[in-house]
Design a protein around this ligand. Sequence first.
Ligand code: G
Ligand code: G
Ligand code: MN
Ligand code: NA
Length: 249
Amino acid sequence: FDLELELNNCLEKDELQLVYQPIYSVKQQKVITVEALLRWYKDHSQIVSPVEFIPVAEETRLIIPIGEWVIRQACRDLPQLQQKYGQSIRVAVNISRIQLDEPDFIERLNQIVQEEGISARYIDLEITESVATSNTVEEQSSLVKLREQGYTISLDDFGTGYSSLSMLTRLPIDTIKIDRSFVTQMNPPVLKALITMAEALDLNVVAEGIEDQEQCQHLLKLGYTEFQGYWFSYPLAVSQLPALSNLPY
Ligand code: G
Ligand code: G
Ligand code: MN
Ligand code: NA
């Protein structure tokens, strides 16, 4: 399989890049987190979407070295992101379940973060909701350990999987990221129920996929205060990210 063979060399060929997308807090009037999103420029020209290559990377376990590259690069970009948005911002990194399930994941993560001179409290780990639906005892205890060490945990694409309420109370997470399909549908009772539930469980909430001012205003009325989406910024290279000050949300 072509893609698999080519993905094999993406690290040596230096074909990977990270772009970043800010998460804006209306309460704090500033960017609080910046999510790192991976891009593969095959042969330094053709861009391949992570939707295509992450599954291949997971099947081949190449996600382990690729994921480590992502963590290291995000640490290296953090000072520039802090310069842009303030010292207290975090960088969020998407973590595949294959990575989380590696017995030495935490050890390797800590090693990279230390080597790069970054404190764990500046790193948010995004895991997908599937981890919340059928998580193992090992995964739960990994999440507990990660939080003890200062990392924060976000549950990505929330609402698309089948996480039960009991899972949410049991899993050590800080934030749920409401999937952008909920923003597109804009069903007020559903959105109200989601935020009420999150607040009852003392979870932080980010609404994803905000594409215009109207969506943003609807969500504000429903009690949402943290937003991510094209309306604020596309995922961009660090140097191209907007300042996002004096926002007209
Ligand atoms: O950036 P977006 O445009 O195309 O990303 C598509 C999907 O790929 C998203 O579900 C996102 O979580 C995932 N993704 C992006 N970057 C990474 C990464 O570094 N690691 C993992 N595991 N998934 C990623
Ligand atoms: O699954 P995850 O949330 O990690 O990935 C975020 C994905 O959503 C990326 O593919 C990113 O490029 C995309 N994205 C971010 N903001 C928007 C938006 O406002 N609209 C749409 N359609 N996609 C978005
Ligand atoms: Mn994500
Ligand atoms: Na998401």
